[in-house]
Design a protein around this ligand. Structure first.
Ligand SMILES: C=C1C[C@]23C[C@@]1(O)CC[C@H]2[C@@]12CC[C@H](O)[C@@](C)(C(=O)O1)[C@H]2[C@@H]3C(=O)O
Ligand SMILES: O=C(O)CCC(=O)C(=O)O
Ligand SMILES: [Fe+2]
Length: 335
């Protein structure tokens, strides 16, 4: 993991101005797989370009997202479905977390998208086809990245991770977040500068295997380094931002870390992000490839299913750490 270097500090904001690695997926395969492993080792976050997701598919999805969030609140509320799916505003999860965000959370199953579209759009067929095309393309990207990761880790079973996402019963989800512009907070007129953006989506790690995120050209995403410093991620609509989730941390026996991140609002401009959370089927057992366990690196986590992990995750607050409950030495009852 990266440690904050004082030379990178912007003193007035106490933020670091370092850039995440951007990996060109059109490069030579073994070089690309090594770079991805390096980025996961060092940051847990990286960007990808030449990712193969067609521009028109992204543009259609973004248009549907912006159209939806531009509707009057009463209209959007019609898409409030069984929690956690559907439209949500300010409330995140079941445990009282809040933020300056509104969102649409959908299961990625094609039939489910088609059904949900009826309450989301006045042109459900169009909405459904845009979302399904985006999900399919981003799922392919997630699978390719997971295969490259397995290759870079020298795991002989190259589809050990991607198989879980390709499964028809995969529990992957898609989330569209909209952060309306929010004037900055001024805490103390006389002493401190007015430089505090409001929290849109509070500090957390993503519970799934891998997250593939993109946003419009408005900044807001920040990631936490292991010394507690926050690093803003420069928005770049030409790339996808990829991050390790809790399950990938478990499946690499703690080698890759599911890095905590948060999203702040912008003072002047609307920000929209679209996140694909790649997850296995509920009954999938989360195991570590045998090559990643040795007498010097004994298994860190107890075996568990995604359903068990998800149940534990959704019973916790947004910022709580969940993997700790599944560590070998933890005696707490989690099932
Ligand atoms: C407070 C919560 C919201 C969340 C479920 C949880 O109990 C803890 C994890 C949260 C998170 C973060 C990443 C994704 O945005 C999300 C959909 C997920 O799978 O885990 C959210 C959950 C949510 O918003 O329901
Ligand atoms: O909006 C963002 O950039 C981050 C959103 C996020 O972390 C999430 O939806 O889990
Ligand atoms: Fe997240």
């Amino acid at each position: 993991m990266v440690v904050a270097s004082p030379t990178h500090q912007i003193h007035s904001e106490k933020l670091l101005a370092i850039e995440l690695p951007t990996i060109d997926l059109s490069g030579e395969r073994s070089a690309v797989s090594s770079l991805i492993v390096k980025a996961c080792d060092e940051y847990g976050f990286f960007k990808v370009k030449n990712h193969g997701v067609p521009h028109d598919i992204i543009a259609k999805m973004e248009k549907e997202g912006f159209n939806f969030f531009a509707k009057p609140f009463e209209e959007k509320q019609k898409a409030e479905l069984a929690k956690p799916f559907g439209y949500g505003c300010k409330n995140i999860g079941f445990k009282g977390d809040t933020g300056e965000v509104e969102y649409l959370l959908l299961n990625t199953n094609t039939l489910s998208v088609a059904e949900r579209s009826k309450t989301i759009s006045t042109d459900p067929a169009n909405f459904s086809s845009a979302v399904s095309a985006y999900i399919e393309a981003v799922r392919e990207l997630a699978c390719e990245l997971l295969d490259l990761l397995a290759e870079g880790l020298w795991v002989p079973d190259r589809s050990v991770f991607s198989r879980l996402i390709r499964d028809v019963d995969s529990d992957s989800i898609i989330r569209l977040n909209h952060y309306p512009p929010m004037p900055m907070l001024c805490q103390d007129k006389d002493s401190s500068p007015c430089n505090q953006n409001k929290v849109g989506f509070g500090e957390h790690s993503d519970p799934q295997i891998l997250t593939i995120l993109r946003s419009n050209d408005v900044g807001g995403l920040q990631i936490s380094l292991n010394d507690g410093a926050w690093v803003p991620v420069t928005p770049d609509p030409a790339t996808f931002c990829v991050n390790v989730g809790d399950l990938l941390q478990a499946m690499t026996n703690g080698r890759f870390v599911s890095v905590r991140h948060k999203a702040l609002t912008n003072s002047y401009r609307s920000r929209m992000s679209m996140a694909y959370f790649a997850a296995p089927p509920p009954d999938a057992r989360i195991t570590v490839p045998p090559e990643m366990i040795s007498p010097t690196k004994p298994a860190l986590y107890k075996p568990f299913t995604w359903a068990e992990f998800k149940k534990a995750a959704f019973a916790l607050r947004l910022g709580d750490s969940r993997l700790g409950l599944f560590r070998m030495e933890c005696d707490e009852q989690v099932a």
